[in-house]
Design a protein around this ligand. Structure first.
Ligand code: APR
Length: 229
């Protein structure tokens, strides 16, 4: 029976692919207020600004490529049962080849109906425009979870984390819930690792690897593959 590895990723794993994080110096929340571009109220108040914010990010995602960290996680699938739970709305895990990816905060390459969120559509190219409507005739918005909205995938993610034999947390400040709470759902006897370029308050139960993702993750992956007969 293959051991279960659960990987929880945040913006830091995509930083070396050229995609901005949120809370680092020069991060996205330095240039924009969350309340202007990432809440349902912002969408009601100025939908054009919200579309523009996500169109710019979508363009950057389409121009980006998976880095060595995304690619190393795929290699784990040779010997382990791997589930990736990501807070990121880019599709770099999928483009690297990960076969099981749960997007907690949605995915930028899809739109959803403003009236019926279950209606989702692939976005061709980088731009989603006002006037593009769903089959019910209502405006299409980014298929992204905004602050204050429910996180539909959290139950599935929690069930996955409860089964982790190994938990790898990569590139997240763990400041946003409910995503951050997933770390504590992994069983007490699970092996836990945290790969982050910045050091964090030490936790006895988590081995910290203070390195950038593109070097820290491949090294950890090789260690785990070597340890698995
Ligand atoms: N390699 C590894 N870690 C990195 C790198 C790198 N090259 N660059 C930055 N980091 C780390 C930072 O030290 C930080 O801990 O990645 C983390 C980025 O934290 P945030 O910017 O807060 O991103 P994230 O944790 O993903 O934010 C969670 O907040 O705004 C919401 O919905 C948004 O999904 C996002 C959520």
């Amino acid at each position: 029976m293959r051991k279960k590895i659960v990987v929880l990723t945040g913006a830091g794993i995509s930083a070396e692919s050229g995609l901005k994080t949120f809370r680092d110096a020069g991060g996205l929340w330095e240039g924009y207020s969350v309340y202007d571009v990432a809440t349902p109220e912002a969408w009601k108040r100025d939908p054009e600004l919200v579309q523009q914010f996500y169109n710019e990010r979508r363009k950057a995602v389409l121009e980006a490529s998976p880095n060595a960290a995304h690619q190393a996680l795929v290699k784990l699938e040779a010997k382990f049962d791997v589930s990736v739970i990501t807070q990121n709305i880019d599709d770099l895990h999928e483009r690297a080849g990960s076969s099981d990816v749960v997007h907690l905060h949605g995915i930028i390459t899809k739109s959803q109906s403003d009236k019926k969120p279950e209606l989702t559509y692939d976005i061709e190219g980088w731009e989603l425009r006002m006037g593009e409507l769903c089959e019910l005739g209502s405006q299409l918005r980014p298929h992204v979870v905004w602050f204050g909205e429910a996180v539909p995938m959290i139950e599935i993610a929690a069930q996955i984390c409860c089964k982790a034999e190994i938990l790898i947390v990569i590139g997240t400040s763990l400041q946003v819930y409910p995503a951050a709470g997933l770390v504590d759902l992994a069983p007490g006897n699970a092996l836990k690792f945290l790969v982050d370029v910045n050091s964090r308050p030490a936790r006895q139960d988590i081995e910290e690897i203070i390195e950038c993702a593109s070097t820290g993750v491949p090294k950890l992956v090789q260690r785990l593959l070597d340890s698995e007969a």
